[in-house]
Design a binder for this molecule. Structure first.
Ligand code: UDX
Length: 433
């Protein structure tokens, strides 16, 4: 099939590349000339495991192409994906201006039947709005469907190629059939394509992400309570997670969730509720608790360094909001570092991928180390904010040798408490004593 993807951000790029991989002719449209030029030359603009291999292969096979011309894009695709940004407005709602502007241009330009697919995470009712805007000018038949993505950063290619489910919101048989044909190669294993109305599909995305954010936040509160009563959250988690109604995943406590999706989607659903005079009390709490959780280790550090954090030298391991990404959006490390700098601490940081993005924000208020062990040189303590695999089995004697005080503050519970204590450290983690 001929496919057009408008917007080559994270979602657009993964969608376009993976659809080319199953033999479709994909044309990606972006207004950023430099980016389009770079992609034409084979440069992947984001870090995402395995994407580079697929990207290169499909460019070479001429199945993946790039343009800055929306006209060209609309000539090409039978199915047109909108993978445009929906940034958070000042009031927390999703800003739809990019999506609606492109919809308006589509209405003026399409000449033959097209399926327009909302891939961006958009509030309930957006497909309806997109449809109305296109219809103002369109001279031919078209359909708008909602097809939310459930891609995790770091696993996006795998999630796209082997999805647990595909959700399609459509009220047109013709559009549904085309979408099912397009996705058939990805669900050979028997995973479902779930077809529903557009509004339910739009809400599915918000509901799924808000539920997961709530699950994590609930565990973070249980962990905080464990510390008060001397229980061990690892044991509580194991005891809970074996109940199949609860499930083992997303029960890992830490210094809060971050990223481009959870924080934005939870706030957007909360705001969308308010617009309908519905107060999502549970989401209000999730937002509040998560904000506090991001700096939950600060009072613990202050408690340890009785003379205060002023002038203390702290090594920080992990800056990305989670491992296997260079994304630092809403990363707990950022809140923690701001809080520590405010207290007068000096920070030397290390992250396998996210240092350039952090440098853009923090400039020379931080020192940037070349390796995880270099970051420890002369530091008073080590703070861990992201669970990169490289941090999981460190050389504890090397850490001890380099730190002024044998103390580790771990926001991701990377180690067994007894193991670290046996190495002679004071070990402060989340929900374990
Ligand atoms: C998420 C959703 O998983 C994905 O389906 C959606 O489309 C986009 O948002 P992503 O933001 O890439 O994906 O990351 P994810 O792996 O889900 O983690 C989100 C955050 O939750 C991270 O900050 C992570 O550290 C945190 N988390 C996750 C926990 O604190 N504990 C857990 O048990 C799991």
């Amino acid at each position: 099939m001929n496919i057009t993807v408008v917007g080559t951000g994270y979602v657009g790029l993964v969608t376009g590349t993976c659809l080319a991989e199953t033999g479709n002719e994909v044309l990606c449209v972006d207004i950023d000339k430099e980016k389009v030029e770079a992609m034409r030359n084979g440069t992947v603009p984001i870090y995402e495991p395995h994407l580079d291999v697929l990207f290169e292969r499909n460019i070479e096979a001429n199945r993946l192409q790039f343009t800055t011309s929306l006209d060209e894009g609309l000539e090409h695709g039978e199915i047109v994906f909108l993978a445009l940004p929906t940034p958070e407005d000042e009031d927390g709602s999703a800003d739809l201006s990019y999506v609606l502007n492109v919809a308006s241009a589509i209405g003026k330009k399409i000449k033959t039947y097209k399926v327009i697919v909302d891939k961006s995470t958009v509030p309930v009712g957006t497909a309806e709005k997109v449809k109305a805007i296109i219809a103002e000018n369109a001279n031919c038949k078209f359909d708008v469907v909602s097809n939310p993505e459930f891609l995790r950063e770091g696993f996006a290619v795998d999630d796209f190629l082997k999805p647990e489910r595909i959700v399609i919101g459509s009220s047109s048989e013709q559009a549904t059939e085309l979408m099912q044909k397009l996705y058939a190669p990805f669900v050979r294993s028997g995973n479902p394509i779930i077809v529903m109305d557009e509004k339910s599909a739009e809400l599915t995305k918000y509901a799924a992400n808000s539920f997961l954010a709530t699950k994590i936040t609930f565990m973070n509160e249980i962990a905080n309570y464990c510390e008060k009563v001397g229980a061990d959250v690892d044991k509580v988690r194991a005891g809970m997670g074996t109940d199949s109604r609860i499930g083992k995943r997303f029960l890992f406590p830490g210094i809060g969730y971050g990223g481009s999706c959870f924080p934005k989607d939870v706030k957007a659903l909360q705001k969308a509720g308010k617009d309908e005079d519905y107060d999502f009390k549970i989401l209000n709490s999730v937002i509040e608790v998560n904000k506090k959780q991001k700096t939950i280790l600060l009072p613990k550090m202050e408690n340890y360094f009785k003379d205060g954090l002023q002038g203390k030298h702290i090594a920080v391991w992990g800056l990305a909001f989670k491992p296997e990404t260079d994304d630092v959006r809403e990363a707990p490390a950022i809140d923690m570092m701001h809080a520590l700098l405010e207290k007068g601490a000096q920070l030397t940081v290390f992250d396998p991928e996210a240092m350039p993005n952090i440098k853009k924000q923090f400039g020379d208020t931080l020192s940037y180390a070349d390796s995880m062990y270099d970051a420890l040189e002369g530091a008073d303590t080590l703070l861990i904010c992201t669970e990169w695999s490289i941090f999981r089995t460190p050389d504890f004697s090397k850490i001890k040798q380099k730190l002024k005080k044998p103390v580790i503050f771990d926001g991701r519970n990377l180690y067994q408490v007894d193991d670290v204590k046996n190495e002679g450290f004071t070990y402060v983690s989340i929900g374990r004593n």
